[in-house]
Design a protein around this ligand. Structure first.
Ligand SMILES: Cc1cc2nc3c(=O)[nH]c(=O)nc-3n(C[C@H](O)[C@H](O)[C@H](O)COP(=O)(O)OP(=O)(O)OC[C@H]3O[C@@H](n4cnc5c(N)ncnc54)[C@H](O)[C@@H]3O)c2cc1C
Length: 270
């Protein structure tokens, strides 16, 4: 059994079309534990991202597509604005100045899933770098306890992807034949006796998991004995206003100390 600390990583996205594909690929492959399958060209760009995205569309796996943030600039005279103005997963902000022929211009923040499901991929010709008028959308990868991830996915307005305990087989070499557990933030405040009680239960759970797998039980069933503090990886993407609401709830005296610590780290990196 491995004991690790929480890890909070901001996943920066490039805002060209390939950057959107790359972000979707990183998010999806984090959940599917296949980051090692990404192939890079000499410029460090993914050669496998587009095929990964196309595969997700073919399989109707829509949620990875949500992590590809798309920024558009759309003229008010162009009726494609309706694809976003009435869409609850998009934000449309009016620029304070019109374009050359006097039409209003919209700064649109959306995601690739919205475009796929509205047959709007042609709108990608309006893609741009985020301007000061776009609501920014940011992705984080949290390496944290399953129990904390469970509380974060209650924030329904975000987009999520999570490591699957159904498909991860912790008894194989990819996971060094062991489970990984996340140290609670207040770990050092527990006495040695208390820490040993935690260790005892985590080790017992690990032993039973490995034995169940050895006797032919599938990981999707053997996982039932794993502890709440089991390490998971959670990809979470949200807009500035969604993060603000999250901080209000999770950086408070009522929040669990681990959730509060993670939320504070996200806020700092934002
Ligand atoms: C300190 C603390 C203790 C908690 N304890 C518990 C507990 O004991 N048990 C428990 O089950 N949960 C608990 N939670 C989770 C909590 O109930 C919320 O699920 C979580 O904080 C997400 O908040 P939210 O619903 O505002 O966020 P989101 O789901 O992200 O919603 C954001 C906003 O979207 C709108 N919205 C989204 N969906 C709907 C909808 N279907 N209808 C109407 N409006 C919607 C609302 O305006 C809402 O403010 C706790 C959370 C905290 C911070």
């Amino acid at each position: 059994m491995k004991l690790i600390e929480n890890k909070i990583e901001k996943l920066e996205q490039k805002h060209d079309l390939l950057g959107i594909y790359e972000q979707i690929e990183i998010a999806g492959r984090t959940a599917y534990k296949s980051l090692d399958k990404i192939e890079y060209d000499e410029n460090g760009r993914s050669k496998t991202a587009k095929a990964f995205v196309d595969k997700m569309i073919e399989l109707c796996h829509g949620s990875p597509l949500e992590h590809g943030t798309v920024y558009l600039l759309i003229s008010g005279k162009d009726n494609i604005i309706k694809n976003y103005y009435y869409n609850k997963y998009s934000t449309c902000n009016l620029l304070p100045y019109p374009d050359n022929d006097g039409s209003p211009v919209w700064a649109v923040t959306t995601n690739y899933r919205v475009m796929v499901e509205n047959n709007a991929l042609d709108d990608l010709r309006r893609i741009c770098e985020p301007t000061e008028f776009h609501e920014k959308r940011t992705t984080f990868r949290l390496t944290c306890a399953r129990v904390q991830a469970d509380s974060f996915v209650r924030h329904r307005v975000f987009s999520f992807l999570m490591e699957s305990t159904r498909y991860c087989n912790y008894s194989n070499g990819k996971f060094d034949n062991e489970i990984t557990v996340v140290e609670p933030v207040g770990w050092d405040d527990f006495s040695a006796v208390q820490q040993n009680l935690f260790f005892g239960v985590w080790n017992y759970a690990e032993d039973n998991y490995m034995t169940l797998i050895k006797t032919g039980v599938k990981p999707e069933d053997a996982r039932d004995v794993l502890p709440l503090q089991l390490k998971t990886e959670l990809i979470i993407t949200g807009t500035e206003s969604q993060w603000e609401q999250f901080f209000k709830l999770r950086i408070s005296d009522h929040a669990h100390p681990d959730a509060k610590y993670i939320a504070e780290q996200i806020k700092e990196q934002l």
